[in-house]
Design a protein around this ligand. Sequence first.
Ligand code: ZN
Length: 863
Amino acid sequence: MRTETPQPIRLSDYRPFPFEIETTHLAFQLEPSATRVTATLKVRRTGAAGEALALNGERLALKSIAIDGQALGANQYVLDEERLVIAEVPDAFELTTQVEIDPSANKALMGLYMSGGRFCTQCEAEGFRTITFFPDRPDVLSRYTVRIEADQAFEHLLSNGNLMEAGQLPDGRHYAVWNDPFPKPAYLFALVAGRLDVLEDDFVTMSGRTVALKVFVDPGQASRAAYALDALKRSMKWDEEAFGREYDLDLFMIVAVRDFNFGAMENKGLNIFNSSLLLAEPETATDFDYERIESVVAHEYFHNWTGNRITCRDWFQLCLKEGLTVFRDQSFSADMRGAAVQRIKDVKALRARQFAEDAGPLAHAVRPSSYLKIDNFYTATIYEKGAEIIRMLKTILGADAFRAGLDLYFERHDGEATTVEAFIACFAEASGRDLNSFFSWYEQAGTPSVSLTHAYDAAAKALSITLTQKTAPTSGQPVKKALPIPVTIGLLAQDGSPLRDSEVVLLEGESLTVRWEGVTETPVISALRGFSAPVTLTTDARPADAYVLFAADPDLFNRWEAGQGLARGLILARAAGTPDEVGEERYAQALGQALDDAAADPAFKALLLALPSEGDLALAVDPVDPAAIHEARDALRARIAVHLGEQLARIHGAMQGDGEFSPDAASAGRRALRNACVDLLSADPHADNVQRIVGHFEAAAALTDAMGGLSALLAVGGESCETALAAFHAKWRHEPLVLDKWFSVQARDPSPDALQRVLALTAHADFDAGNPNRFRALVQGFASANPARFHDPSGAGYRFLADQILAVDDFNPMTAARLVEPLGGWRRYVPALGDLMRRELERVKAAPGLSKNVLELAGRALE
Ligand code: ZN
């Protein structure tokens, strides 16, 4: 149990480690409940003489310790729950420790643990210290050799780098020795041992080297890894072409595991993936899964340069690798799947997760300056806002200077653990620009608001545009600076024809006015094209302008954005008790016209059909009344469904029949559109529509359609819904990844009895809180994706979440902590709800034996 208040770690306290670990030799004797780890470290002093050697180590049973072969006496070192300290050490020596650990008891899924009868590891951020005594910090780079010994039942013995040696041993055991020639921090160490099937291929790099590619999966599932393998090859090629980055080892391996706290991990040469982000076949994965697999495979692969070859000096620099790597994977996906559609999806995700985070008490800078548990900073802010910052840098500098800066970064810092300052310095140097004020994007939390006003002088044919920025205070940052904000602006004529091409206006101070001459008629302003900065924009445009943009903006992002803005206004007016029925009809009609645009891509039309989410709408009001938002949004959905009913049914029909399944973007776009139609039709559930939805579900060959049908049936409710749920369960009960979706679609069910359903599902035989995928499918699905039911006026939804946080915190703090966020925004809700939320947070925070992870977030949420 916790006794003292944990102390925060601060960026300003950074000190280099006073020793260097030239080589690290690890020997594993694997046994599920008693694994022996012998570590031999070649240590050399780099700091001041006389400094003690302090190593991290937690939950390790120390069996022996020696320096240069001489066993240490108990008075020569100090061991506590977190550290091993040897006060007096020579300037250069070899340290050997042997510890025993129990992987089978490790339910936190950090360090060495068992999943599906196999050994696997997760070391980022601080899991390595539960495997052996080591300076577990990213700025200590070492060359690793790893010897793994295990019973032959653990068929494959894998670690980072190249396989040096393998063979049989007496007593049915065997071994393998791996060497990784690239110095790496401990968080990139990985080990896997067990029975696996492997799918193999190879890739010839731009300099002509052949790299063996191996994807390891559960026995019998190799065919499901084909898409991931294909995505890997495309990623390798793309990184060569787009960034000049070549892979550096002769072997690249990926292993899929079922029990994993996050999505995937970029361990050097041996990526480990949550199986949900690796395995895909048409019947068992949705198009969204295919998209995610492609982008996560790319993301982890891209880390080889942005993260592994160049790593972080300390965990405050986490965005250095994550923001940059997300930027890289988003650019890859844009090239694979179409830039506009990809951008819209990325911005939707940014608003849903990052804007919400930035608007609440858990708001933090992209480079924070203190933390209790770094695990809590694997957030949308570090990842997604981190990527937006890189994107702005590219917009401000231009593609060529941006590439030159990145090339300089790779050249200058290869093999180092570095900082965001050093990264930005490369761009300043390569472009010759002063980027000091740009750096504030890393240090300042909160989403800036930008307002745009304009004046058109018809006689002078001159347009002046004034941009003003403001960022509201966030906790610990009462005063905000002005940030450099690139605002891409173009002009349209009233008839929708282009009047002036896009231009990047850089708003640097609090406010800026630009004057454009030669504007021949009253323009329609298309601002923040492509979402050129992560801000909220308000303008003085008339609603009629939004219709022009919605119909004709050549910037497809802004075309979509105009529709979202119109819908948002209509829903919020309804939620406030002042519905604009004429406006709603006009919107439905404009949507109908957009759907008839033969030139537009089905994937884009599917995005047009989706109204802003309830979470997105909640960001635009204060205080938030989730029930009012839900009802108003439903009402607009119903109106559209009635107004466009025949057209939606017609499009649904026309989008059928894709022949043999293909996961490519065009095919996925057709499926997205037909499912968007089904989704809207469920808002007007007359007999014909219900029949169409049931038919859609029953005829579904691909999981995308089955899930689209099931979700629509849940909205409709009744007999056909229960029948479909039962049939789906019976069909997929033995497929964990598909069964996860059966749980999550019910968690997201908007009908009034959803909470009852969710509570009942926690007692279902297939529910398993120990498996993060299953747990998140139900609990996270409900708390983050079902606002109307989560915010039940009784507070029962909040109580349910708090109970789940506490139950899981007992054994898996990382997963528990990530569920605090839905309660975190309590101040923004109507007081009756906010009070109930706060009380649940207080109950969580006061619970005995709480982890540091949950304590930190619950504490910050209540501050
Ligand atoms: Zn990453």
